[in-house]
Every structure is written in structure tokens, then in C-alpha cells.
Design a protein around this ligand. Structure first.
Ligand SMILES: [Zn+2]
Length: 418
């Protein structure tokens, strides 16, 4: 079976101009629908002094204030789910509940959560027998990721999470070629099967995996791929909006999905940032039942538009690089723990680090606590830090008796405001 050939939808090969025209057309349709019947969107536009005809292009679209994930829970609880919908609850397809508790409505549109092109890009093909290990209970994960498999023409074993022994028995007694779930869980299955004397390449038929919901270290990907002789590709999405981006077989980031408009924005102002800069992932899915227009995910990423050998032309998200909540603005500059970690990684004598932000007399101070195993040349470290983070840190070199605890927050903001 050739898993690398072809694409699911022609729009994945659009020119940048065609993509932008389609994006504008889609967001205008969502806006028109939301202006008619979403109480939330009408209120947001009114508060910003905007009406639908002000949104003439993608630049003016970006003037619509961002709806933050944090606000969504309060809106659902105070105003009721109806207020955010354009259809009556009984006209939806399903309503899930994710932790919060937050309702995740699913409309009746085809491929509602938009994962199908991602599964196709990951190598899933008609005739695959796929084991689904995400939960089907309350959370949208299981059903959300099953739909694309049915769309492509795969058969699904709705195994759900847990019960490693049964998972392994299913995979070895049936010709299971695909896995959907978390990579860490696939590794547990591999370790248990190996310990029981099974041969992961001969006793299993796994060819492809679509993984999500956790950070995927490259070392873990390689380990599982080599153990089973398979490809492991990841998707990025949320329970609110579904798929945002996915990896193709070429890797090098996650292609932005054609079923939503994704912007990388300044976490404070919500304005889009130039290509390549890090900021908050803001998404507008093109689905109409539950319009989440300019939805701020709270995730940090950057977009890259280097051409991909797979033939898909959509730019890529360069991974999820942290959470907005873990960032802080100091002297007009965002401090991203992921960038600090990148600098620190170049100095092996730094065992642990923590960013601490304080203020005194209206002046912000960024202190970097460092736990060292050997001396550090500050005249090399400080300029490297400044180059990446654009600020000069005060260094606090810890003594042995004063260590950074395991699992400590990467950034602590201790500023107080009178
Ligand atoms: Zn690609």
C-alpha cells in the first residue's frame, strides 16, 4: 500500500492567493451566520463597535477581539450554551463535556471536526483496520477522531483507553494496521508485549499511528516507530474546535488545516504577528453551529512557510511551544519559557533554571535562577540570553542548599500592582 501518495482534498495544494481568497470567503460566511444568531458574537462585535460589513478583508477580520478559552467557561455558565449556538441544542449532532466543565457542541456538518485530511496526510488509507484508544465517554476525543476514519474508508475497533492486555490481544488476533491514541500509551503496549515475549514486528501489523493530546518528544516517536516498523504522526487540535494542524509524512512541523483560519497573534493585543514570530494560536473554524470566531487557544506556536516536499502548500505550525499563561510581558517584551529553555540547553552545566519576575518602584526585574553543576561564564551566557529573549537578566546562581524543586513552574511572576 502506498501511504505517501495523493492528498485528501485539492484545496490542500492551493496557491497562497487562492488560500487567502477561500479563507476570506469562509470567515465571512461564519460571520454572517453568527451575526444572525450567536448572542455571544453579536455582543462581542457591538462592544468593539464593529458590524459585519466592516470585515472587508483578512486584515479587518483581525480587528475582531479574540475570544479567550478562559472566558468560554464563564459565558457558558452565565449565559447558557444556547447563547453561543446558531442552532437549537436538539438540532446539533452531539454535545460532549470536557473538564471545566465545558460543553463541546458538535454540529451536523460533514467532517465536523475536520480531522480527515490530517489522517490522510499521516498515511491512513481505505482498508486500514484501526484501533481507537481515545475515550468515547463524555469527551469528544474518541468519536471526533473516529469520524475521519469512516470518511476515509477504514474500519474501527472502538477499544477506548486502558486495559493494555486486551489492547494487545486485539492488535495481535486481528490484522490491525492503524493506531489512534497517545504515543506514551502505544509505548506501554509495546513494552508489555515485548516483556511477554512477543515480536513487535512479526506479531503486530501496525503501519501507521495518529497521535495527539500530549507533547511528542522525537526520541519517543523514533523508539515506537522503530519498535513496530511503523510511522507515527501527530495532529493538533482542541475539544472546542477540532483539528487545527497535522503532520504529513515529511515532518518539519504541522500543516495548518484547510477547515479553519489560523493566526499567530500577540497574546495581549490579539493582533497577528509576522510569519515566523512566536505568539498565541488563534483559530476560526469554518463550522456554523457553534461559531468560535477568533478563538484564542492559549497555546503558543510560530508559523513557517518553507515549501514541503509532500505537495501540500499550507504553512506549518512549528509545534506547540508552551502556554500563554506561562508567559509574562516585561518591559514590553514577552518572555516565553520555551525560548529561555532553548538558550539554557546550550549550556550543559545548567542543571535547572527558573525565571522569576519581580517589580519594585514600578520597575520590572527579570531574574534567572540557575542551578549549576560547573562554573558558568556569564560573559558568554548573558549575551546569548539577550540575543534570544531581548532582555538582560539578573542571574541568581544557587548554592547547593538552595535548589530548584522538580516540577517547579518555569516562570514565576511575583509582580504586585497597587
Ligand atoms: Zn507536508
Amino acid at each position: 500500500m502506498d501511504r505517501s501518495n495523493g492528498i485528501y482534498d485539492q484545496v490542500e495544494q492551493d496557491t497562497p492567493e487562492a488560500r487567502a481568497a477561500r479563507q476570506l470567503d469562509k470567515v465571512q460566511t461564519v460571520i454572517a451566520t453568527a451575526m444572525k444568531s450567536s448572542g455571544e458574537f453579536k455582543a462581542r462585535m457591538k462592544a468593539a463597535g464593529l458590524c459585519a460589513k466592516d470585515i472587508k478583508d483578512l486584515d479587518s477580520f483581525s480587528r475582531i477581539p479574540v475570544l479567550r478559552k478562559k472566558e468560554l467557561l464563564g459565558l457558558q455558565q452565565d449565559k447558557g450554551l444556547d447563547w453561543l449556538l446558531t442552532a437549537a441544542p436538539g438540532e446539533l449532532s452531539r454535545i460532549y463535556q470536557s473538564p471545566g466543565p465545558l460543553f463541546d457542541p458538535e454540529g451536523r456538518e460533514k467532517d465536523y471536526w475536520g480531522w480527515t485530511e490530517g489522517f490522510y496526510a499521516a498515511g491512513f488509507r481505505p482498508g486500514d483496520l484501526v484501533q481507537m484508544t481515545f475515550s468515547y465517554h463524555l469527551t469528544p476525543a474518541g468519536l471526533m477522531l473516529e469520524e475521519p476514519l469512516r470518511e476515509i474508508g477504514c474500519a474501527v475497533i472502538p477499544a477506548g483507553p486502558g486495559n493494555t492486555t486486551v489492547q494487545s490481544q486485539l492488535m495481535t488476533s486481528l490484522p490491525v494496521t492503524g493506531f489512534v491514541g497517545m504515543t506514551s500509551f502505544l509505548k506501554v503496549i509495546a513494552d508489555k508485549a515485548s516483556a511477554a515475549g512477543m515480536d513487535l514486528k512479526k506479531d503486530f501489523n501496525l503501519d501507521v499511528a495518529f497521535v495527539a493530546a500530549e507533547r511528542l518528544p522525537e526520541s519517543l516517536r523514533t523508539e515506537v516507530e522503530e519498535a513496530f516498523g511503523m510511522k507515527v504522526r501527530q495532529g493538533y487540535g482542541t475539544a472546542d474546535v477540532g483539528c487545527l494542524a497535522y503532520e504529513c509524512l515529511e515532518l518539519g512541523g504541522m500543516h495548518v488545516s484547510s477547515r479553519c483560519y489560523v493566526e499567530i497573534c500577540d497574546p495581549q493585543t490579539g493582533s497577528p504577528l509576522p510569519m515566523g514570530e512566536m505568539g498565541e494560536v488563534v483559530v476560526t473554524p469554518y463550522t456554523l453551529s457553534y461559531p468560535l470566531i477568533r478563538f484564542g487557544t492559549g497555546d503558543l506556536s510560530r508559523m513557517v512557510d518553507t515549501p514541503c516536499a509532500c505537495g501540500r502548500t499550507a504553512p506549518k505550525l512549528a509545534g506547540i511551544l508552551g502556554r500563554v499563561d506561562d508567559t509574562a510581558k516585561v518591559k514590553g517584551q514577552f518572555i516565553y519559557p520555551a525560548q529561555v529553555a532553548q538558550v539554557v540547553a546550550k549550556f550543559p552545566q545548567i542543571e535547572k533554571h527558573q525565571i522569576v519576575i519581580t517589580n519594585e518602584d514600578d520597575r520590572d526585574l527579570l531574574t534567572l535562577k540557575l542551578q549549576l553543576s560547573a562554573p558558568l561564564d556569564e560573559s558568554v551566557f548573558v549575551p546569548a540570553f539577550q540575543e534570544m529573549v531581548k532582555l538582560r537578566p539578573a542571574l541568581d546562581l544557587l548554592k547547593n542548599s538552595d535548589q530548584i524543586e522538580d516540577g517547579a513552574a518555569p516562570l514565576v511572576d511575583l509582580r504586585t500592582y497597587e
